[in-house]
Each structure stands twice: as C-alpha cells, then as structure tokens.
Write a protein that binds this ligand. Structure first.
Ligand SMILES: NC(=O)c1ccc[n+]([C@@H]2O[C@H](COP(=O)([O-])OP(=O)(O)OC[C@H]3O[C@@H](n4cnc5c(N)ncnc54)[C@H](OP(=O)(O)O)[C@@H]3O)[C@@H](O)[C@H]2O)c1
Length: 346
C-alpha cells in the first residue's frame, strides 16, 4: 500500500487547481478498493464547477473530475467484485447502481473527485473495463460514454440500425454518441458552430451529414430534409431551452428527444408552443441523467463484444504537468470530442 497520494484540489478563491500530497490510510475499509489512476477525461461540467457556475452543490476546495480509468492495486478484506490487477472505472453518480435511486452523489461535485494518483472507492461503485481499451480511451466512458449510451438506448425505444440520430455540437457527449450510433448501424446528422470542426468530423466519418447551426439557424428544417422529410428518430438536445423547440420540429412523429445539456442561456420564453407541438408530434421527451452502474456495464458489454475503439474521438491528451493547458483547452471549446489527462507516474 502506498502511504501517500498526489491530488489536485480546486482553489475556490483563485478558481484554479492546486497540487497537494496527502496521506493514504494504512488499511482499506473492508469493501473498498485502491485504484492507481492512469487517465482522467475532462467534461464541460469540470470547468463549470471550477468556475463556480455549476447549478448543483459542490464541495469547497474539492478534488475535481469524475472520469478516471485505473488499475486495482489493493483490496479490502471483504472485496469480492474485484481482484488486484483489474482495470476499472468508478461510476460518476456513486449512488446510481440500478438507476432507481432517488438521491445523488456525483464525483468531483458534491463528493471528492478522481484527479489524483490514487483513489479509494467502494467496490459497488466501480465497473470493470472492456479489456481491449487503453487507459485514455477507457477514461472517456464514465460520463460522455454512459450519457451517450443512455440517450440512445432505452428498454422501449432504442436507436436501431437504419434509423437516424441528430446530434448537437461536437463536444464529448455528441461525438461519443456519434461513435455509438455508427456502431449500431444507424445514420447520424451532427451540427456545429464551426465549419472547421464539421470538416474534421466528415474527414473521419464521411457517411455523417453535417449542418452549421450558426450559419443555418433553421438547422431543424435542414435535418428533416436530410432525412427524407420524415424527421429523425432521436435528437440529443445539448442547448436546452434555446434548441428544444427546434429539436422537437426536427424529430419524426413518435420520435425521442433525449434532453442532455443546457449549454445556452436558459429562458422558458423560448418554449412557447412546446406542449402543442409535443402532442402533435406524439414525441417522447426524456431527461438524461448520465446513467447507472447497470447502464455502464451494459455499454461495456457492447463495447467489449464489438471491439469498438475511441482513439479517434480524443482531440488531445495532456500530462498532469500541463493540467492548466488541459483545462484551458476545455474552456476554449475549440476541441472536437474529448480531452484527456494522463497521470504521470512517480
Ligand atoms: N444530462 C446528463 O447526464 C449530462 C451528461 C454529460 C453532459 N451533460 C451536459 O451536456 C452538455 C455538453 O456536455 P459535454 O461534456 O459534451 O460538453 P463539451 O465536451 O464541453 O462540448 C461543448 C460543445 O458543445 C457545443 N455547444 C455549445 N453550445 C451549444 C449550443 N447552444 N447548442 C448546441 N451545441 C452547443 C460546442 O460545439 P460546437 O463548437 O461544435 O458547436 C461546444 O464545443 C453540457 O451542458 C453538460 O453539462 C449532461
């Protein structure tokens, strides 16, 4: 057992991160595992919390980030789910095991996060990773991966081969959903504020249709045209109130809107006429709250069986010595897909 660990904590006064060395307990609690962290991926939420603009409660001077991939290096005496050497990820909402839980405890928010050389987790709150994935790709799964999975897969109305999904923006969740949708044999239309980003997406995935939502404000009409006039089967809404009515206009009759994000200024006045249109469209509006351990395990089964890889959705990796640059890249929103931090080993 290592005696200490390196952690990074938010400094709420300066809105920056500080490196600390902190002791690790001599013995693990009975059902805990000690994970040596290899990679951590960043999400919009991490910057939002650091800036003090996240709407949910957060720990003062807490450890940021929720998405780590690492190796089990020690286990408590009663641990049965994992063995030393297993490759694991903690689940983002540490209370969401089946998805029926009413309370939440999100890593890097109201509880300590994972930006550390080592983390101690209860065995119930971690999952085994698909064996073929390297650390940096595995670290993209807990938030962007599970959110994208939950947005596309539902017991009664999952995205199927041949159907079409509309994705908004080229951030982590949307690009992860693009990968999954293509792996299902589905078609995808993706929007962006940037032609350059759309060029990058098309060069990687030529079969994907693209729309610039800045230069085409009626992107919903174009999406319907692109899908033969019937609308798309699932929309992942990333903007919130500013895009929701347009998402509803873009969706096919009986289709689904998975409400994931709230990146625009939220104003209920933008939703005028929403209920009438929802009824006309016989559409389903689903709130997405990442997903549970069960969702994560189901996604990993799919990723393991299909051999899906995520190297192409990582925009850039940074060592921990360039942490500030990594958060700067996240803040710039110039990336497509994911930004990952690789833990430098002592
Ligand atoms: N409900 C959940 O479970 C859940 C889980 C994860 C994330 N989220 C939320 O989902 C959103 C995206 O998260 P993320 O981690 O994927 O973010 P991210 O990786 O930081 O991606 C941000 C990208 O979204 C696009 N964007 C910005 N404003 C937009 C708007 N008004 N409409 C459409 N696209 C816009 C931009 O791409 P372009 O430059 O290409 O336009 C931007 O680069 C955030 O609001 C986040 O809080 C929710």
């Amino acid at each position: 057992m290592p005696k200490e660990r390196t952690v990074w904590r938010r400094n709420n006064a300066s809105r920056s991160l500080e490196r600390h060395t902190e002791p690790l307990a001599d013995r693990l609690p009975l059902t805990s595992i000690l994970i040596k962290v290899h990679a951590v991926s960043l999400n919009y939420r991490d910057m939002n919390i650091l800036n003090g603009t996240n709407p949910w409660p957060t720990l003062d001077n807490g450890i940021p980030c929720s998405d780590a991939a690492g190796e089990v290096i020690a286990i408590g005496d009663s641990v049965a789910r994992f063995a030393v050497g297993d490759k694991v990820c903690p689940i983002l909402d540490q209370l969401a095991i089946t998805g029926d839980e009413q309370r939440r405890a999100w890593l890097g928010g109201e509880i300590e996060g994972v930006l550390a050389s080592h983390i101690v987790m209860d065995q119930e709150t971690c999952v085994c990773l698909p064996a073929h994935l390297p650390w940096e790709e595995s670290a993209c799964l807990p938030n962007a991966g599970v959110t994208a999975w939950s947005s596309l897969v539902d017991s009664s109305r999952s995205l199927r081969a041949g159907q079409t999904v509309l994705l908004q923006g080229t951030g982590g969740v949307s690009i992860m959903a693009l990968k999954l949708a293509l792996a299902f044999g589905s078609k995808a239309i993706i929007t962006s504020s940037s032609d350059e980003k759309l060029d990058k997406v098309r060069s990687q995935y030529p079969q994907v249709k693209t729309i610039n939502y800045r230069t085409t404000p009626n992107w919903h009409e174009k999406a319907v045209d692109m899908n033969g006039g019937r609308g798309v089967d699932i929309v992942l809404d990333i903007g919130g109130t500013s895009s929701l009515l347009k998402s509803l206009r873009a969706v096919a009759k009986g289709g689904t809107i998975s409400q994931v994000g709230y990146l625009s200024k939220q104003d209920v006045a933008d939703l005028e006429g929403f209920i009438h249109l929802l009824i006309d469209k016989t559409a389903v509006l689903r709130g997405i709250n990442v997903g549970s351990r069960r969702d994560f395990e189901q996604m990993n089964e799919f990723v393991g069986a299909s051999g899906l890889q995520f190297d192409d959705i990582i925009d850039e990796t940074f060592p921990t010595s360039r942490l500030e640059e990594a958060f700067g890249a996240l803040r710039s929103q110039k990336f497509v897909g994911k930004i990952v931090i690789m833990m430098e080993q002592d």
